[in-house]
Ligand binder design. Sequence first.
Ligand SMILES: [Zn+2]
Ligand SMILES: [Zn+2]
Length: 178
Amino acid sequence: MGAYYCSICRQTTFSGKSHIFGKSHQSRLRVVLLKFLEKVKEARRTLKKPQVEKFDCSQHKQTFWCYCCDLEVEKHVTDGNMTVLHGGLLEHMATQEHRKSAHKFWWENKADPKLRDKVIITEDETQRFKTEVEKVLETFVEKEDDFIKQEADFIRTQEKYRQEVLQSLIEVCFPRMQ
Ligand SMILES: [Zn+2]
Ligand SMILES: [Zn+2]
């Protein structure tokens, strides 16, 4: 026995490891896992249908706390231009380190084993996600291209219009100069 810092309860206890079996720890653990699994669930939803958005620094710089690894991780991935929502979380949960920590965390906290695999992303899932992200990115780039073309057309039309207005203005104001 001895001082034991519990990151779930955020306190030091002196009952050593037996603290983990206590009521307060187990109920606190349930709350933590519930919130944690909710975030993972949200991310998992994008596995088959990745969400790609134009980078927005006010929205896409979020982090999440991985209780298994005791680590703050980027929630999304971005290249500063586009963002794959939840990409950071999914990427983290696919790493070997995370898998190991998840097993350790579940064992140490005597958490419900049925829930453990929910926080681990398999290699198959990662591969499929990557393929889907590529597809989405391709259509995204096409859409972007279209948008730029439309913008260019609009600017050209605007420019032509401006020229015409200017021309008629000149004709009206300075008829003798024509
Ligand atoms: Zn505790
Ligand atoms: Zn982790």
